[in-house]
Design a protein around this ligand. Structure first.
Ligand code: SME
Length: 159
C-alpha cells in the first residue's frame, strides 16, 4: 500500500460524493470504490440502522446476511458500542456471523448522524489480520466524510 493510498482514496470519495445528497447513491459508489481499491478483501459495504437492527445496504461482494440484531456479530458490536471493531481472527470473535465462509478478518466502523449510530461500514478479508491501525485511521477519515454529509433527504431511518 502506498503512503498516499488513503489520502488518494479520500480525494476520490470526496469527488464522488460532492454535491450529491442521496445517501443510497453515495454509499453505493463508496462500496464500489472500496471493493475496487483495497487489496485482499472479499466484501465491503454498509449496514443501516432500521427499526433497532442493522439491515443490509449498498455493498461490493457476494450476497450477504440481510438483518443483524445489535447483540450479534462484529457489525452488531460496532453499532451497539459505537466503537470500531478491528478483528484479526473472526473465528475468535464470539458471535461472529459468517456470511462468507472465506472471511478470516474484518473491520467494522460506526457511522453517526445526529449523534447516533446510523450505519456501519463493514470490510472482510480472506486473510488473517488484514487490517492494520493505518487501515483503521484511513477508513475513519472515510466514515468521517460520510458523517459530514446530510442524510436527511434519503428516506433511510435514523434510529
Ligand atoms: N461478519 C459480519 C456479518 C456481515 S458480513 O461480514 C458481510 C458480522 O459478524 O457482523
Amino acid at each position: 500500500m502506498s503512503g498516499t493510498f488513503y489520502s488518494d482514496l479520500l480525494a476520490t470519495a470526496r469527488s464522488l460524493t460532492e454535491g450529491e445528497c442521496h445517501t443510497g447513491a453515495n454509499l453505493a459508489n463508496l462500496a464500489a470504490l472500496l471493493g475496487q481499491s483495497l487489496a485482499d478483501i472479499n466484501w465491503a459495504g454498509f449496514y443501516l440502522m432500521d427499526g433497532g437492527m442493522l439491515v443490509l445496504g449498498p455493498f461490493w461482494g457476494r450476497p450477504a446476511c440481510i438483518r443483524i440484531p445489535l447483540e450479534r456479530g462484529v457489525c452488531g458490536a460496532a453499532a451497539r458500542t459505537g466503537k470500531v471493531q478491528r478483528v484479526a481472527d473472526v473465528h475468535a470473535f464470539p458471535g461472529h456471523i459468517a456470511c462468507d465462509g472465506a472471511s478470516r478478518s474484518e473491520i467494522v466502523l460506526p457511522i453517526r448522524q445526529n449523534g447516533r449510530v446510523a450505519a456501519v461500514l463493514d470490510i472482510d478479508s480472506p486473510s488473517l489480520d488484514r487490517f492494520s491501525p493505518q487501515d483503521e485511521a484511513g477508513l475513519l477519515q472515510l466514515t468521517g466524510l460520510l458523517e459530514a454529509l446530510d442524510w436527511g433527504r434519503t428516506g433511510y431511518t435514523l434510529c
